[in-house]
Design a protein around this ligand. Structure first.
Ligand code: HEM
Length: 186
């Protein structure tokens, strides 16, 4: 049965105790992923246009190395997202909008996983991490790595589309609804 105390605790005290923005680790991981994904997307599509040669080789290894940092950080990001405290709900956002936003965020995590896993698995015979350590990969060149490359391309295109959607939602909330969504991640 709902008492005055339980209603107060649920609707007034608990929301008031919640923070206005995400914690430091969540913000740091968010911006590391954002920067690396934007870079890897631009570099990946640029590489697709470059002819074989030393520049392509260098940029391709740089790209794989930066993406490998994300592979190492991804489990930490998923774990932290599941245990950290969520900040106070944004004002003026309907339940339906909130459900859609959570759905897009989940899909973003899933797509990042697909991009990282396919990127790693499709590289035949390993690669050098920033020229320092040799990272082994499980498959040699063949039909399987070619299929994984096709999957990588498709998941990269989906990730780019989701990132555009995500940024458009931030623009809408920040500059049209003016509810200060960006401050939660700064
Ligand atoms: C943040 C994650 C990543 C993003 C956003 C990303 C993005 C891209 C894009 C847009 C392309 C061009 C696809 C096309 O030609 O249509 C590409 C190609 C490629 N990606 Fe990824 N990728 C990521 C992770 C990885 C990982 C983890 C690896 C391997 C360790 C990898 C290795 C490659 C390779 C080898 C290519 C072919 C071009 C080249 O020779 O470098 N990627 N990537």
């Amino acid at each position: 049965m709902e008492t005055v105390e339980s209603v107060l605790a649920q609707d007034v005290i608990e929301p008031a105790m919640k923070a206005d923005r995400y914690d430091g680790l969540a913000r740091l991981l968010h911006w590391i992923f954002a920067a690396a994904i934007l870079y890897a997307t631009a570099a990946g599509y640029a590489l697709a246009q470059l002819p074989d040669g030393a520049t392509r080789e260098f940029l391709s290894h740089l790209n794989m190395s930066i993406a490998t940092v994300l592979i190492a950080l991804f489990p930490l990001r998923v774990w932290w997202a599941s245990v950290r405290a969520t900040p106070r709900e944004l004002p003026g956002v309907s339940d339906a909008q909130r459900t859609i936003a959570h759905g897009v965020h989940r899909l973003l995590y899933l797509t990042i996983f697909a991009v990282l896993a396919s990127g790693y698995l499709m590289v035949p015979n390993g690669y050098a991490f920033f020229g320092l350590i040799e990272i082994p990969t499980p498959f040699g060149p063949g039909a399987l790595t070619a299929q994984l490359f096709a999957f990588h391309r498709a998941s990269c295109a989906l990730l780019a589309a989701l990132v555009v959607l995500h940024v458009l939602a931030v623009i809408k909330h920040q500059w049209i609804a003016r509810n200060g969504v960006l401050q939660r991640m700064l």
